[in-house]
Ligand binder design. Structure first.
Ligand code: NAD
Ligand code: TYD
Length: 352
């Protein structure tokens, strides 16, 4: 069998760093090439523990750069792609939508084009895997309905529309050129290394600092939370065993109303910091709702469970507690991210 040269895009980001670590450590015979532009969300400090592994290479670059991506596919003889690089934060997509279109749509098309150009008709031992979001399906009402793989696409934010569009591009390349593609759509992730603009790390940071906790609207919106390591394990299964042309939904059957989750987070941090339990709830501040705020996301993950035997290993209680512990024990990581100091790490490590 040929050597697998796997391009993982966005590997310095939150989910990408967990996927890179899992693949580098679990599969020593694979070459893992981590391509990342190191935007504000990319942080190579997330990968310090594996950065010297012999089967790991980091390449700094942009997925929208046509010539550079083509040369990368050729020079590194890329045989597989796990594509995570994206602009990923809904609030940023509302204030600055065009970069989402550029990165998520043009970037994905550019990768598909380079794969098609260099792989030609080859399909054996090749895969283009797009890591996507459940937000492409739109918003659910407060009943028991769940997103399945057959739910029609109905994206409602610039972020989710750009991810929906990139899913369509991947399917179009699969259909038109018979390229071996696979897509997974996952619910909200939480865990170590998440940039503190997303709900859970931002609120842990603010609780520790005794800063206000800005709850959008009434805090009634519902999200389905999955630990990032469970997502990485699901990606491992889909990559190795997913059927070409298929879509797999990934989620933890773990729905939380924002306000309930925030109260639990306050109490968990209070316990850990030996503060009177409940005191941090005073920091909760209801603010203007997000524009177009989707009410509820919830995933039916029965297909990946049945077909690939995947199910989450963390319960929400163990996962959230471990996550709070991680952020409390890695305050320097949070400080360096919030101050911007993490961006100097690349210069020290990779440019002389
Ligand atoms: P993230 O914002 O933490 O990381 C994104 C990474 O992509 C960063 O390292 C960034 O530097 C890199 N990147 C951005 N633009 C780039 C470009 N033009 N060229 C090369 N690299 C670039 O995102 P995340 O939360 O880890 O999400 C990763 C993927 O998973 C995204 O595609 C996202 O849509 C998807 N996803 C995320 C979640 C979630 O809850 N976070 C859930 C489901 C799916
Ligand atoms: P977020 O982590 O941004 O993920 P997404 O929007 O992709 O689901 O937000 C999770 C939920 O928390 C979402 O309903 C918006 C809400 N939220 C707040 O109420 N306040 C905040 O400061 C943030 C960042 C999010």
């Amino acid at each position: 069998m040929n050597k697998k040269n796997i391009l993982i895009t966005g590997g310095a980001g939150f989910i990408g760093s967990h996927v890179v670590r899992l693949f580098v450590s679990k599969y020593p015979s694979y070459n893992i090439i981590n391509l990342d532009k190191l935007t504000y969300a990319g942080n190579l400090e997330n990968l310090r523990d594996i950065e010297n592994a012999t089967n790991y290479t980091f390449v700094k670059g942009c997925i929208t750069d046509e010539l550079f991506i083509h040369e990368l596919f050729t020079n590194k003889s890329i045989t597989h792609v796990i594509h995570l690089a994206a602009e990923s934060h809904v609030d940023r997509s509302i204030s600055d939508p065009l970069i989402f279109i550029k990165t998520n749509l043009l970037g994905t098309a550019n990768l598909l084009h380079a794969a098609r150009d260099t792989w030609k008709e080859a399909t054996e031992d090749r895969i283009f895997y797009h890591v996507s979001t459940d937000e492409v399906y739109g918003s659910l009402a407060m009943d028991r309905e769940l997103f399945t793989e057959k739910t029609p696409y109905d994206p409602r934010s610039p972020y989710s529309a750009s991810k929906a569009g990139s899913d369509h591009l991947v399917r179009a390349w699969g259909h038109t050129y018979h390229m071996p593609v696979v897509i997974s759509n996952c619910s909200n992730n939480y865990g170590p290394n998440q940039f503190p603009e997303k709900l859970i790390p931002l609120f842990i940071h603010n609780i520790v600092q005794k800063k206000p906790l800005p709850v959008y609207g009434k805090g009634e919106n519902v999200r389905d939370w999955l630990h990032v390591e469970d997502h990485a394990r699901a990606i491992d299964q889909v990559f190795h065993r997913g059927r070409h042309g298929e879509t797999y939904n990934i989620g933890g059957l773990n729905e939380w109303k924002n306000i309930d989750l925030i109260r639990l987070l306050c109490d968990t941090v209070d316990k850990k910091l030996h503060r009177p339990v409940g005191s941090s709830q005073d920091l909760i501040t209801f603010v203007k709702d997000r524009a177009g705020h989707d009410l509820r996301y919830a995933i039916d993950a029965s297909k990946i469970e049945k077909e690939l035997g995947w199910s989450p290993e963390y319960t929400f209680e163990t996962g959230l507690e471990a996550t709070v512990d991680w952020y409390l024990q890695n305050q320097d990581w949070l400080d360096r991210v919030t101050s911007g100091a993490y961006q100097e790490y690349y210069d020290k490590m990779y440019t002389q």
